[in-house]
Design a protein around this ligand. Structure first.
Ligand SMILES: C[S@@+](CC[C@H](N)C(=O)[O-])C[C@H]1O[C@@H](n2cnc3c(N)ncnc32)[C@H](O)[C@@H]1O
Length: 482
C-alpha cells in the first residue's frame, strides 16, 4: 500500500507535532503523494484533533476537503489515494452520507504548482529519486537555477519546490536519501536551504533496509521551517537517530555551513564531541601533501590487452604492461604488494596501456582505498599504503575504478604513505568521514573535505611515543595532554 514505511511517516508526523504543527487548523500538501502514505495518516490526525475539540463528522470531512492537498504524476495513484482517504474516513462518510471530493489530482508538481507557491502551512513529501536526463532539465533549468548543478537528482528539485510552496513560518517534512547532506552536486541546494530555511531537525534513519528499494542509501527525515531569505554563514540543526520503527533518539546539535560544503551530521551521541572539535580543524589531505584521484581502469569497458600474470604479458612481448590494483588487494592499515600473478582465478593482473608514461599510471608514493564499502564493514575508510617495491619493480601501477588513490604531490609529503594509511584508519578520522558521507561510496569530493588533525600536532604526538589513535585524539583536542 505504501512507498514510505508507515513507521517513518508516523515518526515524521510526530516530529511535526512536536515542532508546533497543528493538525486541526493548518493546510497540508504532499506534491508527490503516491499511495497516500502521508495523506491518510494526516487525515486521521486531522480527524482526531477536530473530534477532540467536539467537531462533528460533517465538519471533519469538510475541513479535510479544504485543508489536505496532494498531487502525483500518476493518475492511478491519485485515484488510489482518494480511495484510501475514503476508507480511512469511512465512518464519517457513512454517518453523514457526504462523500468529499478530496483535493488530490494528477499534476507535474515541478511545473504546475506555481499558484500555490508561498501559501501552504505544511508540506510533506517523500520525493521521487533518480538522476534527471538533460532533456527533462531543459524545461526546468530557469525555475530551479538556484539548486541545479551538473546532472541533478530529481529529489533535489523537489526539496526546493517543497520549500517554495511554504508560507514564511511554514514547515516541510521530508523523507529523502542522505546524499543531499554531503553530495557534491547538492552544494547549491545546501546553500539554498541555509538561506531560505531553519533546519529544525534531521533524523538519520539507522536501519537502511526497505526505504529506498535498490538504493544503498541512508535515509534522512528532515523538518525545515521556511524563513525570509537571508545571507547566513551557518545554521544550527538538531539531530536524532531514528530506528526503523520510527523511534527518535536525540543525538545533539550540529552546525551546518552555508558555503555549499558538506554538512557534518553526527550519527551517534559520541560523534557530537568529535564534530565540535574536528570541524574546527582547517587541515585537509592537501595540507599533508596529497591529492585524491580515482582508479582509471574500468575492467568491463577497457579493450586493451590484459594478462593474468607478468609471464603471460612477457610471452607476447607486451613491454608496456602495467600491474592492475583491485579493491580486494587493499587490507585496512596494511601495505599493498602486487605479485606477478593474480591470486584470484580469472582476474587480470596486468594491462598493456601501450605507454608506461600513460596518465592512468600512478607513479608517486601513495595510499590506496576501497572506493565502495558495504554496510556491514566496520570501517568506511579502508586504506593501505602501496609498497615502494611496486614502483621499483614496475614503475607504477594502474588503479581499477573501485579504488581511490591518494598520491603524494611532492617527494617528501608531511607524512609517509604508511603513516597516512594509519591516520586514515584511525577511529576518529573514520567516524568523521562517516558523518560527512551519506553513502557507502567514498567520493573524492568528500575525501577532500575530510578534516584532519594539524600535521605538526600529529607528528608531536607520534614523536612522544603515542599510537596513531592517541596522537589523532590528542591533536584534535579530544583528550587533554598528560
Ligand atoms: C517515492 S514515491 C512517494 C510517494 C508517497 N509519498 C508514498 O510514500 O506513498 C514518489 C512519487 O512521486 C511521483 N512523481 C514523480 N515525479 C513527479 C512529478 N514530477 N510530479 C508529481 N509527482 C511525481 C511518483 O509517481 C511517486 O508516486
Amino acid at each position: 500500500m505504501f512507498f514510505t514505511p508507515a513507521s517513518l511517516t508516523e515518526g515524521l508526523l510526530n516530529d511535526l507535532s512536536q515542532q508546533g504543527v497543528d493538525f486541526g487548523s493548518q493546510s497540508f500538501m504532499d506534491p508527490a503523494c503516491g499511495g497516500a502514505a502521508f495523506l491518510t495518516p494526516i487525515a486521521l490526525r486531522m480527524r482526531a484533533t477536530l473530534s477532540s475539540k467536539g467537531a462533528g463528522p460533517l465538519k471533519v470531512l469538510k475541513h479535510i476537503e479544504r485543508h489536505l492537498h496532494g498531487c502525483d504524476l500518476d493518475n492511478t495513484l491519485c485515484k488510489l489515494s482518494k480511495h484510501f482517504l475514503c476508507m480511512a474516513l469511512h465512518s464519517e462518510i457513512q454517518k453523514t452520507g457526504y462523500v468529499p471530493s478530496f483535493n488530490v489530482y494528477k499534476a507535474n508538481s515541478l511545473t504546475h504548482l506555481v499558484a500555490r507557491l508561498g501559501t501552504v502551512d505544511v508540506v510533506v513529501c517523500n520525493p521521487p529519486y533518480r538522476k534527471m536526463r538533460a532533456v527533462e532539465l531543459d524545461l526546468l533549468r530557469d525555475t530551479y537555477a538556484d539548486v541545479i548543478a551538473a546532472q541533478p537528482n530529481l529529489y533535489c528539485l523537489f526539496i526546493a519546490l517543497c520549500v517554495r510552496l511554504l508560507r514564511v513560518g511554514g514547515r516541510a517534512a521530508l523523507v529523502t536519501p542522505t546524499s543531499f547532506l554531503s553530495g557534491q552536486y547538492f552544494g547549491r541546494l545546501r546553500r539554498f536551504l541555509v538561506r531560505n530555511t531553519d533546519v529544525e531537525h534531521i533524523g538519520m534513519v539507522s536501519d537502511r533496509q526497505g526505504v529506498f528499494i535498490d538504493v544503498e542509501q541512508e535515509t534522512a527525515l528532515t523538518v525545515l521551517r521556511r524563513r525570509t531569505e537571508e545571507d547566513r554563514t551557518q545554521v544550527r540543526a538538531n539531530v536524532s537517530v531514528v530506528s526503523g520503527a520510527g523511534q527518535y533518539t536525540s543525538v545533539g546539535e550540529c552546525m551546518l555551513p552555508s558555503a555549499g560544503t558538506v554538512w557534518p551530521i553526527p550519527r551517534s551521541v559520541d560523534d557530537v564531541a568529535l564534530l565540535n572539535k574536528a570541524s574546527l580543524s582547517r587541515f585537509r589531505l592537501s595540507d599533508y601533501g596529497y591529492r585524491v584521484r580515482i582508479g582509471a581502469y574500468v575492467w568491463n569497458r577497457d579493450k586493451r590487452p590484459k594478462f593474468e600474470s607478468l609471464q603471460d604479458a612477457r610471452r607476447v612481448k607486451a613491454h608496456t604492461a602495467m600491474p592492475l590494483m583491485w579493491s580486494r588487494d587493499i587490507v585496512s592499515g596494511g601495505i599493498v604488494r602486487l605479485e606477478d600473478t593474480s591470486a584470484y582465478d580469472g582476474e587480470h593482473r596486468f594491462v598493456d596501456l601501450g605507454d608506461k608514461e600513460h596518465s592512468s599510471v600512478v607513479a608517486s608514493p601513495c595510499v590506496v582505498m576501497q572506493r565502495v564499502t558495504s554496510n556491514d564493514q566496520p570501517r568506511r575508510l579502508v586504506a593501505a599504503a602501496v609498497s615502494p617495491g611496486v614502483f621499483e619493480t614496475y614503475g607504477g601501477f594502474v588503479g581499477e575504478n573501485h579504488i581511490v588513490i591518494i598520491e603524494a604531490v611532492c617527494d617528501k609529503p608531511t607524512l609517509p604513505p604508511t603513516k597516512l594509511a594509519k591516520l586514515l584508519s584511525a577511529h576518529a578520522v573514520d567516524r568523521y568521514f562517516r558523518c560527512i558521507s551519506g553513502s557507502t561510496n567514498v567520493s573524492a569530493f568528500e575525501l577532500n573535505q575530510l578534516a584532519l588533525p594539524a600535521p605538526q600536532a600529529l607528528r608531536e604526538g607520534l614523536a612522544n611515543g603515542g599510537s596513531m589513535e592517541e596522537a589523532v585524539r590528542l591533536a584534535f583536542g579530544l583528550v587533554s595532554e598528560g
